[in-house]
Design a protein around this ligand. Structure first.
Ligand code: 5RP
Length: 218
């Protein structure tokens, strides 16, 4: 089975967490695109969604799903999003699609974070996937030098501007043995908007699409 078919399996399984009348938090990426497509089958039952990116907003609107501003909804019950890596403790690396800041905000505003992915995303520890960090443009070089002190090798993402007008540094060779501590340390660097480690607010459940079905980690 292809990686994309496994992503689709995980996305379909996430529908179990969606109830009538909900405003659903919606992440970003190819796995979430499958989720938006299946969520559209419930569009008459849900109120709508809060989006974490312009790309997801566009896809939801194309399906006729109403998109709310987070400022008008208050807290959400459920947030569904993908990940680039997850440990069994549900600490994540996110931001491969560059939407990490809004993703972290919507995840933080939600009671339950349902993470959907294919089974290749489950790893023993975080850091093989280069860690995305959203940075204010004028701080780029300063932040890169600070990140080098952590042993990382930051690479400026080519031709990419986030939905918030910032740049992304993808940090290679980071050893993330303690994700909570590392997220907290990196958050102290001036000029960093968002670190792609989701450990202070981890996922609550991880649904993995596999060759044989679904594996759930809680
Ligand atoms: C976007 C993300 C995505 O969730 C992550 O990159 C996974 O993407 P995909 O579902 O395409 O594998 O964090 O910023």
């Amino acid at each position: 089975m292809s990686q994309d078919d496994k992503k689709k399996r995980a996305a379909e399984a996430a529908l179990e967490y969606i109830e009538a009348g909900m405003i659903v938090g919606v992440g970003t990426g190819s796995t979430v695109n499958h989720f938006i497509d299946v969520l559209a089958t419930m569009k008459g039952k849900i109120e709508g969604g809060v989006s974490s990116s312009e790309a997801s907003t566009e896809r939801m609107k194309k399906h006729g799903i109403r998109v709310f501003d987070l400022n008008e909804t208050g807290g959400l019950s459920v947030y569904v999003d993908g990940a680039d890596e997850s440990t069994k403790h549900l600490h994540l690396i996110k931001g491969g699609g560059g939407a990490l800041t809004r993703e972290k905000i919507v995840a933080g505003a939600s009671e339950k974070f349902v993470c959907i992915a294919d089974d290749s995303k489950l790893v023993p520890y975080l850091g093989k996937f280069p860690l995305p960090i959203e940075v204010i443009p004028m701080a780029r070089s300063f932040v890169a030098r600070e990140l080098a002190k952590f042993g990382g090798r930051p690479v400026w993402r080519d031709n990419f501007v986030t939905d918030n007008g910032n740049v992304i540094l993808d940090v290679h060779d980071m050893e993330i043995m303690d994700p909570v501590a590392m997220e907290n340390e990196l958050n102290k660097i001036a000029g960093i908007v968002t670190v792609g480690i989701f450990a202070n607010r981890p996922a609550d459940v991880l649904i993995l699409g596999t060759d044989t079905g679904i594996q759930t980690v809680e």
